[in-house]
Every structure is written in C-alpha cells, then in structure tokens.
Write a protein that binds this ligand. Sequence first.
Ligand code: HXC
Length: 259
Amino acid sequence: MPEQQQYIVVERDEPIAVVTINRPDKLNALNWGLVAELADQLEALDRDDAIRCIVLTGAGNKAFAAGADIAEMSNATPVQMATGSFQSWDRIRRIATPIIAAVGGYALGGGNELAMHADMIVASENAQFGQPEILIGVMPGAGGTQRLARTLGKFRAMEICLTARRVSAQEALDWGLVNRVVPEGQHVEEAKRLAQEVAKQAPVAVRFIKEAVLAAYETPLQDGLAYEKRLFALLFATEDQKEGMRAFLAKEKPTFQGR
Ligand code: HXC
C-alpha cells in the first residue's frame, strides 16, 4: 500500500522504494512544507535497512518539479528565504542511500537542483532541464550554479543560468547531465530497473561508493584518494567482502547481507 503524506507518496517495493512528489496541479512546485516532507520521507527510507536504492519522481507527465513555489516566495523576507527550506535541502544532500531521479517533463529551477541532488538521472524524451530563476529576478539557490558548473563546466552552466535556456533530454544526455533517455513515460520503469541493479550489490560498499564519489566534489584529489583508500580498506572488515570474493573463487553467486 503506498503511504501518502500531504505532498509525498512513498511506495515500498523492497529492496527499492519509489518516492513521488504529488502536487501535479502546480507542476510539483516545491513549497517549504513539501521539501520538509520529502526530507522526512527520504531520511526514514535511509534508516531502513530493507531499502537499498530510492527512485525519486514527480506525479503526472508534465513535470518532475517546476521549481520552488513562486507564490510562496513572492513576498518572502530574506530571513524567511535563508531559513525556509535550506535545512531540508541539506538533509536531502546527506541521504546515504543512492537516489535515482526519474525525470519526465519539466525539471526547472529547484526542480533541476533537486534532480541534481540525486546520484543518477533517468530522463523521459519529453524532459526539459533549466534554471529559469533569472526570468523572475533571482538566481539558483539550491546548488544550481555549483552543481551545473561542476557537471557541465563553466560555459554551459553560465548559458543555462544567465539565459534560462532549457536543455532537452537528448542534450542533457550529450552533455553528461543525465544517465539515459527513454521513450516518453517510461522513465520511472527504467529508473526502477536501474535501482534494482544497485540494490542487489553489497550494501556497505554501495554506501561507501556514494560517499566517495560525492567527496570528489569537495576535496582536492590527494585528499579524495586518501579517503577512498581508507573506505576501501574498511570494506575488508565486512562479511560481504569475504562472501563476494569467496563466491567469485568458487564460481558461485554471492549472497550479500549488508554487514
Ligand atoms: C508555483 C507554479 C510553478 C512554480 C508552475 N506553477 N510552476 N506555481 N511555483 N515554480 C503552477 C502555475 O502557476 C499553474 O497554476 C500550474 O502550476 C500550471 O502551470 P502553467 O504555467 O499553467 O503551465 P504551462 O503553461 O504548461 O507552463 C509550464 C512552465 C511554467 C513553463 C513550467 O509553469 C513556468 O515557467 N513555471 C515557473 C518555472 C520557474 O520559474 N521555476 C523556478 C522557480 S525559482 P494555476 O493555479 O494557475 O493553474 C526556483 C528557485 C530555487 O526554483 C531556490 C531553491 C530554494
């Protein structure tokens, strides 16, 4: 049975879960309550050992999310904006379980930033990515300038943020912003398939890999290499390392326990 809060629907299909932003009449615009609820639900799944990978998507075929809620923001004070949802965005950033965004339709502004909080992105052919904040007199605020610059490089990030140009699914694929593009409407199924692939791997190694790849954004190479080496060595304390290598040598399939 899907579990439904006000804005977020969670469907558990162990070892994966599908989290759906359910505000299609407003193209899944991200108000503060919605982002807090999303962080609550993702954290609950993150604490749950039975869930190994999460698919994040938006209800309806028009949008993943069309950005932060402009109606809510329009009269906000700087203090409200500084406190409003940033704590929730930080909580989403710290989820250790891999997240795959399944994007159909618009991923704009905070919607694109949310997709970039995921670890992989599967796009439907009708997906459109962009940072249109400049059109309403502001700028990206949940990581758009930083993650686009790191993912696409300075020049494409500048064009997207300075001109509000929308990037099609195919361009996003060519530019390295998404992992794969599928026919319209098949993005959630494809993301679920990919999530099952991740979910069958050794769980502790999966979490360490996410942690190590994300560390590459925040550390100089030398520190990142040292960090990776320590995590790698630590995996030799797990039963799954013994099982994985035993099974390889015995020409069997491993059974991972997540310990
Ligand atoms: C609030 C929104 C919304 C948004 C759409 N809606 N986007 N409401 N905030 N970001 C609402 C519309 O008001 C409308 O409500 C309904 O959703 C359907 O949208 P339409 O505009 O009628 O649809 P359409 O003509 O198909 O145009 C789709 C669209 C357009 C191109 C995506 O809606 C649009 O430009 N939206 C805004 C995109 C944007 O600027 N995003 C960035 C926001 S700033 P009604 O009640 O009239 O039916 C941001 C900063 C992030 O994200 C900072 C992080 C904290």
